[in-house]
Design a protein around this ligand. Structure first.
Ligand code: TEU
Ligand code: CA
Length: 577
């Protein structure tokens, strides 16, 4: 149709414009991405639930912050068992969030501000209320039966394998109608699609193309490492008090997954000038040559190495071993080495599945404002595309509610129950929830110090963070030393100094305990920037002779000079030529 032709032309035109302006790097390598969790960002109609008109009303804020793309968590119709990651229709908009017209307006209003919209594709599973699943479960000979993964139970009638779903409990649910089990990597309300079926793949590619044609400029691929199942379904060695074993051990990054993904790339990703980023827990830098870049399936891949420090493969909250902030050095250096010539790193410290970085990466009692600035400095001086999660730019902190009943996050409940099975007391189990609950990041965004923090005029769907009177956009805009203004300045620096975007990465002072330092140097060596971070609470000295006469571009302590590095201080220097 006419509209499609116009769209095609626009893609091509944008593509040419981009190539011309950017030289070697692509637009998405030079931008800063901001992640929005729609339910918690901004409510426009007082029902306590964030929505698309609410997002549109904050586009000026985002433009002013300096971001160039928004990763929008799912806005599709959903029973909201897993807050939108259980989708019942891939090509519409949830009524809680608005209408298709609102989405179209969001895309065009964002475009006016030079902000691109990136959608979250949840293609490992659907909701059990999706019409595909309703058909599939209706009888063994329904044409969509094979769209999901159905198996008979064991001889004694128990589940086909001993796999534990990621949210806890068996990964199999018996459907009484046909007396077979279906597989679900996550909650039982999230049945896994059968990617072996060609029609399934085509239906998914069509859905992605639907959004491409609406003008979205990127995709984040949810739980994409699990789409290929092993050829044989076998019990695994038990790894928990529930007598089950993590399904991830059987289904992560299986042989053959790349065939599916190359088909995806060819039929969707390659159609337009977009970027793709895979959520890839369990795919490591050593796998990147086949996974991302020139010959890979995606442009970027979220590496979980720095998030999983101290965790075993099953990620049980109460079994985490101790780790130190300096350990992130190895993670980042490995990512950078692996993507030196091929592929690109998405740099991140927060998302909707993680606690706030101000708490997560630092010992209890650390000044959270210092912690927030520490993370901001690494995030925005690293080689790669920075991803900021809503509220991270304010230095938002974890919430702490007294009872598990107050938590909405389905994984918090699963982990709590697992801890009780492991003989922890309810009080001990709550400690894990406070530390790791995904609700830490889902408590609403705080816009001002008025009642309801400017998030809503009604009753917020999740309680507000107690700290909001001092920790909100309005208050922080006024305060020149705020975390928010620190973020703004660093984003500006990134645009001002090419070394911060295109420069290579070189780890310095590798053997110095507690200090993480690196240099970013442009190809022609004309600009060299050095970042030095004290990853401990103790005052520390360091020696980098080439810093003689260097200019201090930023420091987490403002312009209060000192020779030694203070507690969690990070400095950014431009070396004298
Ligand atoms: O998360 C996927 C996910 O939970 C795993 O990568 C997990 O981190 C790992 O296996 C260890 O526990 C995505 C979404 O980000 C999340 O919000 C959804 O709940 C989930 O998929 C299901 O769609
Ligand atoms: Ca609303």
């Amino acid at each position: 149709s006419m509209k499609k032709e116009i769209n095609k032309f626009l893609y091509f035109y944008r593509f040419l414009a981009t190539v011309e302006m950017m030289g070697e790097l692509k637009w998405w390598q030079k931008t800063v991405v901001y992640q929005i969790y729609p339910k918690s960002f901004c409510d426009s109609n007082g029902d306590g639930i964030g929505d698309i008109p609410g997002i549109i009303s904050k586009l000026d804020y985002l433009q002013n912050l300096g971001v160039g793309a928004i990763w929008l968590c799912p806005i599709y119709p959903s029973p909201l068992v897993d807050n939108g990651y259980d989708i019942s229709d891939y090509c519409s908009v949830a009524k809680e969030y608005g209408t298709m017209e609102d989405m179209e307006r969001l895309i065009s209003e964002a475009d006016k501000r030079n902000i691109k919209i990136v959608m979250d594709l949840v293609f490992n599973h659907t909701s059990d209320k999706h019409k595909w699943f309703e058909e599939s479960r209706s009888s063994k000979d329904n044409p969509k039966r094979d769209w999901y993964i159905w198996r008979d139970g064991k001889e004694d009638g128990s589940a086909p394998t001993n796999w534990r779903s990621i949210f806890g409990g068996s990964a199999w649910t018996l459907d009484e109608k046909t007396n077979q089990y279906y597989l679900h990597t996550f909650a039982s309300a999230q049945p896994d699609l059968n990617w072996e079926n060609k029609e399934v793949r085509q239906a998914l590619f069509d859905a992605a193309n639907f959004w491409l044609d609406k003008g979205v400029r990127g995709f984040r691929l949810d739980a994409i490492v699990y789409i290929k199942k092993p050829s044989e379904f076998k019990d695994l060695p038990v790894d928990g008090a529930d007598n089950l074993a993590s399904i991830a051990k059987a289904t992560t990054y299986q042989d053959g997954i790349l065939d599916f993904l190359h088909e995806f790339r060819e039929k969707v990703f390659d159609r337009a000038d977009i970027f793709t980023v895979a959520e890839a827990d369990g795919v490591y830098p050593s796998d990147f040559d086949k996974w991302i870049g020139e010959n890979g399936a995606f442009d970027m891949s979220f590496d979980f190495s720095h998030i999983r420090l101290g965790f075993d493969e099953d990620c049980t909250w109460h079994k985490r071993k101790s780790w130190k902030l300096i350990d992130i050095r190895k993670c980042f250096t490995e990512d950078e080495e692996a993507t030196k010539d091929n592929g690109w790193v998405p740099v991140y410290f927060e998302n909707h599945d993680l606690p706030r970085c101000t708490n997560y990466f630092f010992p209890q009692g650390t000044d959270t404002k210092l912690a927030a600035k520490f993370i901001a400095t690494i995030l925005l001086t690293m080689r790669g595309t920075p991803f900021i999660y809503e509220g991270q730019e304010l230095g938002m902190t974890n919430i702490k509610w007294p009872s598990i009943k107050m938590y909405n996050d389905i994984s918090s409940i699963g982990q709590y129950e697992l801890a009780l099975k492991d003989k922890l007391t309810p009080k001990e189990a709550m400690k894990g929830v406070w530390k790791y609950s995904r609700d830490n990041a889902r408590s609403p965004m705080t816009w001002n110090s008025g009642s309801k923090a400017g998030f809503t005029t009604g009753r917020p769907w999740l309680p507000l963070n107690d700290e909001y009177p001092n920790l909100n956009v309005e208050t922080e805009t006024e305060d020149e030393n705020s975390v928010l203004n620190y973020y703004k300045n660093l984003i500006k620096l990134r645009k001002q100094y090419p070394a911060l975007i295109e420069g290579d990465y070189e780890e310095l002072l590798s053997y110095s305990p507690g200090i993480y330092a690196y240099a970013r140097t442009t190809k022609d060596k004309s600009e060299r920037i050095i970042v030095i971070a004290n990853t401990t609470a103790k005052i520390r000295g360091y020696k980098i002779p080439e810093l003689k006469g260097a200019t201090l571009l930023a420091s987490t302590y403002g312009n209060r000079e000192a020779t030694l590095l203070r507690s969690y201080e990070v400095r950014v220097y431009k070396v004298k030529k």
